[in-house]
Design a protein around this ligand. Structure first.
Ligand SMILES: C[S@@+](CC[C@H](N)C(=O)[O-])C[C@H]1O[C@@H](n2cnc3c(N)ncnc32)[C@H](O)[C@@H]1O
Length: 218
């Protein structure tokens, strides 16, 4: 049975859909402005895909950005509210589905690249990794494990995001599953993926990475 954090995680993206949409569209998140948005677009377009599956697409900014390169993007997200927001602005085909439902929803569809931009937040990667097993590459941008702020020990486990650092009214905190670097390598490996290359987008001073981007191959 899924842990209670999984349900709370899912619900948080329903309840926080409006402030999240506004935070992304009004560019309220500094790390995104400084580096991480451009870095994920660069990482995906460098692979020259014709088709991209945007996993946990949220309000759809990445799909819109990639569509400007002529890429056909399919966005999926478990939050119907965020999928509705994405569909309003277009730039792709958007489907409300969880990663657990993805294999059934996608059927035989195959994508040149699957991308997950800060959207792998659950403790169990297996449904997601199984559903994208036929993609040509998997690109993941996530918190840099060595630079995750907080007082917690360096160990994989559930943490809580309150969104306090982002302006807006956030009705619900979000549980999310932190992974150490070795856990990322091991879990991807156990599911048939290996890390072909890694990027570490830096802050404006060049003092520390704001994220890590893993380009994974079967
Ligand atoms: C931090 S937001 C990132 C959204 C978008 N990728 C972006 O860059 O703005 C995380 C997204 O992942 C989605 N998500 C998390 N777990 C999911 C799951 N198991 N199935 C589908 N979507 C999920 C959430 O609904 C949310 O929209």
């Amino acid at each position: 049975m899924a842990p209670k954090e999984t349900d709370e995680l899912r619900q948080s993206w329903i309840d926080n859909a409006a402030p999240w949409r506004d935070a992304v569209r009004e560019r309220k998140i500094e790390s995104r402005r400084v580096a991480t948005d451009a870095a994920i677009v660069e990482a995906v377009t460098a692979l020259q895909p014709r088709t991209v599956l945007d996993l946990g697409c949220g309000e759809g900014w990445l799909a819109r950005a990639l569509s400007e390169y002529g890429i056909a993007v399919t966005g999926v997200d478990a939050s119907p509210e965020l999928i509705a927001a994405a569909a309003e602005l277009g730039g792709g085909t958007f489907l409300a589905a969880s990663y657990e439902e993805l294999a059934d929803v996608l059927g035989d569809a195959r994508f040149d690249v699957a991308v997950a931009n800060f959207s792998i937040l659950d403790d169990d990667l297996r449904p997601l990794l199984a559903a994208v097993s036929r993609a040509g590459a998997l690109v993941i941008q996530t918190v840099h494990p060595a630079f995750a702020v907080g007082e917690e020990p360096y160990a994989s486990g559930w943490r809580t995001e309150t969104f306090r650092a982002i302006e807006g009214e956030w009705p619900r905190p979000m549980p999310w599953y932190f992974r150490t670097l070795s856990s990322w390598v091991d879990e991807l490996g156990a599911n048939g993926w290996s890390i072909a290359s890694m990027r570490e987008p830096l802050d404006a001073q060049g003092f520390r990475p704001l994220s890590m981007i893993l380009e994974c191959r079967r």
